[in-house]
Design a protein around this ligand. Structure first.
Ligand SMILES: [Ca+2]
Ligand SMILES: [Ca+2]
Length: 239
C-alpha cells in the first residue's frame, strides 16, 4: 500500500513538474544547459526521463526525432561518460530528478585545442581551432564552451562569432560568446579583427566551461567552472 502511494506521488510530481516547466522558456545558456536533457528547455524534467527510457528500450530510434537539444543527439544524456545512453545514465538521472545532484562521471574534465597561436590577416577573420571537450576518454557532446576576449592581448578591437553569452538564442558578433560541442566533441567559434588592431598585435582569448551559477543554468549539474588553462593568442599578420 505504502509503495503504491509512493508511486502515485512520484508520478504526480513527475507530471506536475512537466507542466510547470513547460511554461518556462529559457534562452540557451553555456555550460551544462543540455546535459541530461532531451526537450531543449535546459531543465531536468519528466520529458527528458521519458526520452532516455525510450532510447534505452528502442535504441534504433532517430535522435533528430527525439531530441531538441544542440546537437540533436542522445549523447547529451550520456551522464556517465561511457559513450552511449544506457541504464547507468538513467540511474544518475533518477537521482537528479529527486533533487540529489550526485556528480556524474561524464562531466567534462579537460578542454584542448591546437594550435593555440594561430595567425589572422589584418582586417580579416578566421575560425579558431576547434575546442575539444573530454571526460573519461570520451568526447563530450552538447556542452556550451565560452570564448572571451581578454585584456591580456595588445589589441581588444576584435569580435567573436557565436551564441552571445548575454542571450544564447542570438548568434552574432560579440566580446563573449559560446558554442556547443557537436557530435564530434568539438566547439567552433570565429574571430575577426577590426580597424583598431594592427600587424603584430595579439588578441588573447580565454576558453572555459562555466559552472552552473555564472549563467544561471538550472539544477546542479556542473557546479565548478573548467578552464582550458592556456589561452588562444592570435597574432595579426599583414595581408
Ligand atoms: Ca528538459
Ligand atoms: Ca552512458
Amino acid at each position: 500500500m505504502k509503495k503504491g502511494i509512493t508511486g502515485m506521488l512520484f508520478v504526480s510530481a513527475f507530471f506536475l513538474t512537466a507542466v510547470v516547466f513547460s511554461l518556462t522558456a529559457l534562452a540557451h545558456k553555456p555550460g551544462a544547459f543540455f546535459f541530461g536533457e532531451s526537450d531543449g528547455d535546459g531543465i531536468i524534467s519528466g520529458n527528458d526521463y521519458a526520452t532516455l527510457v525510450s532510447v534505452i528500450q528502442n535504441p534504433q530510434q532517430s535522435d533528430t526525432t527525439l531530441y531538441s537539444t544542440v546537437p540533436q543527439s542522445r549523447l547529451v544524456q550520456d551522464l556517465d561518460g561511457s559513450g552511449g545512453a544506457d541504464c547507468f545514465d538513467l540511474a544518475i538521472w533518477t537521482y537528479w530528478f529527486i533533487g540529489d545532484w550526485i556528480t556524474a562521471l561524464g562531466i567534462p574534465t579537460a578542454l584542448g585545442a591546437d594550435p593555440l597561436d594561430p595567425e589572422i590577416v589584418d582586417g580579416g577573420s578566421i575560425w579558431l581551432p576547434s575546442v575539444m571537450v573530454f571526460s573519461s576518454g570520451q568526447k563530450r557532446v552538447g556542452w556550451g564552451v565560452v570564448y572571451k576576449i581578454t585584456q591580456n592581448g595588445t589589441c581588444t578591437d576584435a569580435d567573436l562569432y557565436g551564441r552571445l553569452a548575454s542571450d544564447g538564442d542570438s548568434i552574432s558578433w560579440g566580446n563573449t560568446v559560446f558554442a556547443y560541442t557537436m557530435t564530434d566533441g568539438e566547439a567552433d567559434v570565429k574571430l575577426r579583427v577590426n580597424d583598431g588592431c594592427d600587424v603584430d598585435d595579439t588578441v588573447d582569448i580565454q576558453v572555459y566551461i562555466p559552472g552552473d551559477s555564472e549563467f544561471l543554468v538550472p539544477g546542479h549539474r556542473f557546479p565548478n567552472a573548467l578552464d582550458m588553462g592556456d589561452h588562444f593568442v592570435v597574432t595579426v599578420v599583414a595581408q
